[in-house]
Design a protein around this ligand. Structure first.
Ligand SMILES: Cc1cc2nc3c(=O)[nH]c(=O)nc-3n(C[C@H](O)[C@H](O)[C@H](O)COP(=O)(O)OP(=O)(O)OC[C@H]3O[C@@H](n4cnc5c(N)ncnc54)[C@H](O)[C@@H]3O)c2cc1C
Length: 348
C-alpha cells in the first residue's frame, strides 16, 4: 500500500535523531528531513524491577503472552498476582482485562475455587484517567468476579525465591504465579536525542503534537500529554498511552503536514476523544468512550458489559490486523454501522 502511494518505506533501526541538523541516522545512513514524526513507542524495561528473574510472567509481549498461556494450562491453583510495576503503562484497562481473562480461563477449567487473582497498582482506582465513575464500575465488575483489587500499592521489589511482593511500606503479598506489567521507558535513541523531559518522554503541544523543535512531531506512546486540571496527587495526570490516541494523533499530524506543504493553514487539532473496549471474560466486554480532556473530570462513559462490545472488539482487531482489501473494508463498515446503530460517533 505504501509503495502504491509512492512512499519509500525504510525498514531499519533509527540510531540517532539530530533535530539541530534536521537529520536522522538510520542503520548508519543519513536521512535529511523537512518534517519529522517520531512514533517510536515505549520500550518495556523489566530489568528495572528489583529482584526480578525469568519466572516472572507478562502478557505485555507476544512471546510473554504465549508463555503465560502455557503456564496457566499447567497451573495447579493458588494465588495469581497481577502487578502494575510502575507508571505510566500502555492501555489503562489492560491489567484488569488480563485479570478477568485469567479468571475466565480458570472458571472454564472448573478451577474457580482454587485460584485467587489479585491486581496491584499505584493508582487509587482502576482507570483513573477515565474519571471516577468508569473506575468504580470496573471495580464493581472485579468484585463480582471475586478479583481483589489492591489500589495505592507501588511495587518496591520481588523475592522470587520466597515468591513474595514488597510494596511501599505496606503489607507484603505471597504469590504462586506472578504476572507483571513491566516498567515502560522511551527507546534509547529518543533518550539520547535530548528530546525527552525529566520524566523521560517527549513534551508536545497538545493540539498540534509538535515538539520544542519546529516541524518535529511526536505521536503515540512516546509523547507525554497532561490532562487539563487533573493531578495524582502532586504531578499532572497524563493522557494514557493507547493505540486509539496514537492513531488519532497520526491523522492530525499527517493532515497538518500536508496542509503546510500545500501552503495552507495547518488547522487540525488533537482533541483527546478516545474509546476502548474492555474485555471482561465470558466473551463479554464493556465500552468506554468520551472526552479525556474534560474538566474537572473526563466526560468518559463506560457502557454496561455485554456481548455486543466483545463482538466490536473482535471486529476492531480484525479490521486493524487485516491487510488492505475487501475484508478490511468489510470489518471497517461493520464497525461504523455498529457505532451508528448504538449512537456512538466512532472515527476509524
Ligand atoms: C497487552 C496490550 C493491550 C493493549 N490494548 C489496547 C487497546 O485495547 N486499545 C488501545 O488503544 N491501546 C491498547 N494498547 C496500547 C497500544 O498497543 C499502544 O498504545 C500503541 O501501540 C502505541 O502506538 P505507537 O505507534 O506509539 O507505538 P508502537 O506501536 O509501540 O510502535 C513503535 C514502533 O517503533 C519501533 N522502534 C522503537 N525504536 C526503534 C528504533 N530505534 N528504530 C526503528 N524502530 C524502532 C518499535 O519496534 C515499534 O514497532 C495495548 C497494549 C498492550 C501491550
Amino acid at each position: 500500500m505504501l509503495l502504491k502511494k509512492n512512499i519509500e518505506a525504510v525498514i531499519a533501526t533509527v540510531d540517532e535523531i539530530v533535530p539541530a541538523e534536521k537529520k536522522v541516522m538510520v542503520d548508519g545512513k543519513e536521512f535529511l528531513y523537512d518534517f519529522l514524526v517520531i512514533a517510536l513507542g515505549a520500550d518495556l524495561a523489566p530489568e528495572k524491577i528489583t529482584g526480578r528473574d525469568n519466572n516472572i510472567q507478562t502478557f505485555y509481549t507476544y512471546e510473554g503472552a504465549e508463555k503465560l498461556n502455557e503456564t496457566l494450562k499447567n497451573f495447579p491453583g493458588g494465588k495469581v498476582g497481577v502487578v502494575v510495576a510502575s507508571m505510566p503503562y500502555k492501555c489503562p484497562g489492560t491489567p484488569y482485562e488480563g485479570a478477568m481473562l485469567i479468571e475466565d480461563f480458570f472458571a472454564d477449567k472448573g478451577f474457580s475455587g482454587k485460584v485467587e487473582i489479585d491486581p496491584f497498582t499505584r493508582e487509587p482506582q482502576p482507570l483513573p484517567v477515565a474519571g471516577p465513575d468508569p473506575g468504580n464500575e470496573v471495580k464493581n465488575i472485579l468484585d463480582k468476579k471475586r478479583i481483589r483489587f489492591h489500589p495505592k500499592m507501588q511495587l518496591d521489589s520481588v523475592d522470587t525465591k520466597l515468591k513474595q511482593l514488597f510494596f511501599n511500606g505496606k503489607e507484603s503479598f505471597k504469590y504462586d504465579l506472578l504476572v507483571i506489567v513491566p516498567p515502560h521507558q522511551a527507546p534509547g535513541v529518543v533518550k539520547n536525542s535530548c528530546l525527552t523531559n525529566t520524566n523521560g518522554w517527549i513534551d508536545v503541544d497538545v493540539a498540534s503534537l509538535q515538539t520544542k523543535h519546529e516541524n518535529v512531531f511526536a505521536i503515540g506512546d512516546i509523547n507525554s500529554i497532561p490532562l487539563p486540571g487533573r493531578w495524582v496527587p502532586d504531578k499532572p495526570m497524563m493522557l494514557p498511552k493507547a493505540g486509539v490516541f496514537a492513531h488519532l494523533q497520526a491523522e492530525v499530524v499527517a493532515k497538518n503536514i500536508a496542509q503546510t506543504i500545500k501552503g495552507e493553514k495547518a488547522a487540525d487539532k488533537f482533541c483527546g476523544d478516545g474509546y476502548c473496549m474492555l474485555e471482561a471474560g465470558e466473551d463479554l466486554a464493556g465500552f468506554a468512550y468520551g472526552d479525556f480532556f474534560g474538566e474537572p473530570n473526563p466526560q468518559v462513559q463506560l457502557k454496561r458489559v455485554g456481548k455486543k462490545w466483545h463482538i466490536g472488539k473482535v471486529l476492531f482487531e480484525k479490521w486493524w490486523l487485516s491487510p488492505v482489501g475487501l475484508k478490511k473494508t468489510m470489518y471497517k463498515n461493520l464497525l461504523l454501522a455498529g457505532g451508528k446503530l448504538m449512537g456512538i460517533p466512532i472515527k476509524l
